[in-house]
Design a protein around this ligand. Structure first.
Ligand code: FE2
Length: 386
């Protein structure tokens, strides 16, 4: 049995090359991200924000009108991305306690599997901590099986088996229709989801994803890659066997001042989800729409673009358009990627989003880390938390 308290560190090379050292078969095939559930203080208003600002569409609802007396959830969707926004309807609930401690944040990363009972049993056999035993939920549209295990902080993974279900989301939810339906901005699917963990815990969670979930470490960055004058962090990227699920895990590294990961851990009051990266196939158009709809992004100094062409070579996009929007570019052996980061999206300086377009590249924008972290530090400076 794996003990998740084991902090013994494994020595990995400081390299961004894929490391296929884990030859275990894929005992945990995952089809994709099923949904992300955020516990928020006002689900109704949060749903409106994600529709108005980020181009999500109304999908499903569960609350008093559907017989749910304790919680209210709005589900919004954009292509393959589903966000569930949940608030408590009374005091003294576990969700209320979660919000009191962490502010708004991601509670559930739900994974779409063919067999939620098998996934749970395999994970438990390999040392996972229990969250939810396999349970069948049914309505007139069929049945869903869900189960769940715990991850870092209070984050959980829920396995969702939906092959026998034809309803709009999950049993208990009704279709949510509204008169306000702003168009999509072209977001397609969750590319990766990043966790921030306490100093010394990164390798524990790397081991968890390897041994409990059958993931492989595909990249690692240390403080030599990711440091600025003041702060540093270390990161390892875990990927499911088929590459559809990628979880980078960050831990703070000692620096002259407080790092962005430390700031997160302080304000989230623990480990949790730092950012969710969502993919588009036209980042210039998507970011133009997002900016028009009030989404705020980190700003990058114009000097970044003076050397961009030299750094990344020929790209399809017009560099002036990228500069105007603040979009970053990086290249790896397989191609290039374009990315941009929002400012944090709730009261506390905790979670944010990344918009990413991959043109062959499978990496995470290492060449942008310095410019990016300096941009984050300018924000920290304004908050007085650097
Ligand atoms: Fe990212």
């Amino acid at each position: 049995m794996i003990t998740l308290q084991d902090n013994k560190t494994t020595t990995y090379n400081n390299t961004t090359k894929p490391q296929h050292h884990n030859t275990a078969q894929d005992f945990m095939p995952i089809n994709g991200t099923d949904y992300l559930e955020l516990y928020v203080s006002n689900a109704k208003q949060a749903a409106h924000y994600y529709k108005a600002a980020f181009g999500f569409q109304s999908l499903a609802y569960r609350g008093l009108e559907t017989g749910s007396r304790e919680t209210e959830s709005y589900v919004v969707a954009q292509d393959k991305i589903r966000l569930v926004l949940t608030s408590p309807l009374k005091s003294g609930t576990d969700i209320g306690r979660h919000i009191d401690k962490h502010g708004d944040g991601v509670k559930v990363n739900a994974l779409w599997v063919d067999d939620a009972t098998y996934a749970y049993e395999e994970a438990m056999k390999r040392g996972a901590a229990h969250f939810m035993s396999p349970s069948v939920e049914e309505d007139e549209h069929g049945k869903i099986v869900r189960s769940g295990i715990r991850s870092y902080g209070e984050v959980v993974h829920v396995f969702v088996e939906r092959k026998d279900y034809r309803g709009v989301f999950l049993p208990g939810f009704e279709k949510w229709t509204t008169n306000y339906n702003p168009p999509s901005v072209g977001l397609k699917f969750v590319d990766h989801m990043v966790g921030n963990v306490e100093l010394g815990n990164m390798n524990k969670w790397v081991k968890f994803y390897e041994e409990v979930m059958g993931f492989t470490q595909i990249m690692s960055f240390d403080d030599k890659d990711i440091s600025t004058e003041y702060t540093a962090l270390m990161s390892k990227v875990m990927s499911s066997g088929n590459g559809r699920i990628k979880f980078p895990i960050n831990e703070p590294a000692p620096g002259l001042k407080k790092s962005q990961v430390d700031e997160y851990l302080e304000f989230y009051e623990g480990e949790g989800v730092q950012h969710v990266a969502v993919a588009t196939d036209n980042i210039v158009e998507t970011v133009t729409q997002l900016r028009n709809r009030g989404v705020e992004f980190l700003t990058i100094p114009s000097a970044y673009y003076d050397v961009l062409q030299e750094r990344v070579g020929k790209i399809d996009e017009n560099i002036d358009a990228l500069k105007k929007l603040g979009i970053l570019v990086d290249r790896d052996d397989e191609g290039y990627l374009l990315q941009i980061f929002t400012k944090t999206v709730q009261a506390r300086p905790t979670m944010f989003f990344e918009i990413i377009q991959r043109k062959g590249a499978t990496s995470f924008g290492k060449g942008n880390f310095k410019a990016l972290f300096e941009a984050i530090e300018r924000e920290q400076e304004l908050r007085g938390t650097l």
